[in-house]
Design a protein around this ligand. Structure first.
Ligand code: ACO
Ligand code: ZN
Length: 443
């Protein structure tokens, strides 16, 4: 999978400020802040009831406070609504976006979760946006402003609106994959015949997907794969990496893209999987090699991208597999004798993982190195692109401008502090176990 959204900026450091580290919990879900609805009631009961009834059903675009699974109220915006039954106006469900948080938390809620006293009236006058010069409603402007807070900084206003319109409501709610049932995060453009189902059943080996459990069971009796197709290029203990050529395994590549999009927001499905190699990380046991995550890589990248999309499946997240995949992508770049960088835009979790990786790798070298070292030398040693090195060191305040040039200032105590903050090292790639030659076009 690749992105057809061109990167808007080389910089990724700027997006860091928008991600509140504390706001992302272990399950990838930001814990929502405690903000209670004020709940003061001044109107007489009957008048209040009449006023509330007159609001129903709520319009798409309405802003209101909504009770989340933590029992607290948080501001949301109504994205879509659907009728539940033939009865009254209350019989609607609303698809809401929690405006302070990532879209993976968007969900269908019942009317009783909404605090109708907090409904905001929609102002629809035209306002001019100073930055983009676009005429838009105050409503749209606010939407763009708030989305910027969530880590879409690198998308322009028009692509953002288009992206959100097409993907506003999650289509598949859960998937079954191997021994896991997984709640999905985002919309994924499955073929139209899957429009009517909210759960899909995947074969964990060939990634074919089906509407019904019995279909999957029948498939599993016939499917003779016990690991991803392609070549096993790494095996260390129970961990394996398979390289799958999208040209030789088109259906697998496409299935993987459909699956991955459920957890990747602003990546657009790239149907031409021929142009990509997929690196599938598996945990192996006597039942087979079970996919944990993957990354894709363009066969030829003009922008020196060494990774297009990266995903750790939710049941396996926060265990160090993401860092393993990132480290692996740089090991491949080293073997190619090239520097590399991930395709932009990075998601909030992608940026966190990369920042952590870059910090750890660079500071480990700086700690051990005696004497001066240049960005170029660091880049040659790590295959990390010079821009990413400069941004990382700048964001850690380790670069000073002295006598007309940038110098790296590496006080051991400061390095230790940053290294501690960068978290655990993750699973190591044992390079001696990597058997791989760079891609070469055949024929
Ligand atoms: N909350 C807080 N910090 C987090 C979280 C989280 N939920 N997830 C990752 N991090 C940070 C932490 O610093 C973590 O290190 P630590 O556990 O030592 O503190 C570090 O990132 C990486 O942790 P790993 O366990 O190595 O990474 P993981 O296996 O969870 O995978 C990944 C990271 C791939 C980004 C995963 O979150 C994911 O698949 N997300 C959904 C898809 C996505 O956003 N992909 C990146 C898109 S950008 C691109 O593709 C180029
Ligand atoms: Zn199968």
């Amino acid at each position: 999978m690749g992105s057809i959204d061109p990167p808007k900026s080389e910089d990724n450091g700027s997006a860091t400020a928008a991600v509140d580290l504390k706001s992302i919990a272990a399950d990838g879900m930001p814990p929502l802040p405690a903000k209670q609805s004020n709940g003061t009631v001044t109107e007489p009961d009957a008048a209040s009831k009449r006023r509330k009834a007159s609001m129903l059903p709520l319009e798409v675009g309405t802003r209101v406070m909504c009770r989340w699974r933590d029992g607290k109220y948080h501001p949301v915006k109504v994205i879509e609504r659907r009728k539940l039954g033939p009865n009254g106006l209350c019989d609607y469900e609303y698809y809401v976006h929690y405006t302070e948080f990532n879209r993976r938390l968007d969900e269908w809620v019942k009317l009783e979760q909404l605090d109708l006293d907090s409904v905001e009236t929609v102002v629809d006058e035209k306002v001019e946006d100073k930055v983009t010069g676009l005429k838009m409603t105050r409503h749209q402007k606010r939407k763009i402003d708030e989305t910027h807070v969530e880590g879409h900084e690198e998308l322009d206003a028009a692509s953002l609106r288009e992206h959100e319109e097409f993907t506003k409501v999650k289509n598949i709610a859960t998937i079954e994959l191997g021994r896991y049932e997984i709640e999905t995060w985002y919309f994924s453009p499955f073929p139209p015949e899957y429009n009517d189902c909210s759960k899909l059943y995947f074969c964990e080996f060939c990634l074919n997907f089906m509407k019904r459990k019995e279909q999957l069971q029948r498939h599993m009796r016939k499917c003779d794969l016990k690991h991803p197709p392609g070549d096993e290029i790494y095996r260390s203990g129970t961990l394996s990496m398979f390289e799958v050529d999208g040209k030789k395994n088109k259906v697998y590549g496409q299935n993987l893209c459909y699956l991955a999009k459920l957890f990747l927001d602003h990546k657009t499905l790239y149907y031409d999987v021929d142009l990509f190699l997929f690196y599938i990380l598996c945990e192996c046991d006597d039942r087979g090699c079970h996919m944990v995550g993957y990354f894709s890589k363009e066969k030829h990248s003009e922008e020196s991208y060494n990774l297009a999309c990266i995903l750790t499946l939710p049941p396996y997240q926060r265990k160090g597999y993401g860092k393993f995949l990132i480290a692996f992508s740089y090991e491949l770049s080293k073997k190619e004798g090239k520097v590399g960088t991930p395709e932009r835009p990075l998601s909030d979790l992608g940026l966190l993982s990369y920042k952590g990786y870059w910090t750890r790798v660079l500071l480990d070298i700086l700690k051990k190195h005696k004497g001066n070292i240049s960005i170029k030398e660091l880049s040659d040693m790590t295959a990390i692109k010079a821009d990413d090195i400069l941004n990382t060191l700048q964001s850690l305040d380790l670069i000073q401008y002295r006598k007309g040039q940038h110098v790296i200032c590496a006080d051991p105590k400061v390095l230790d502090r940053h290294l501690k903050a960068a978290g655990r090292g993750g699973l190591e790639v044992d390079v001696s176990k990597l058997i791989w030659t760079p891609y070469r076009e055949q024929g």
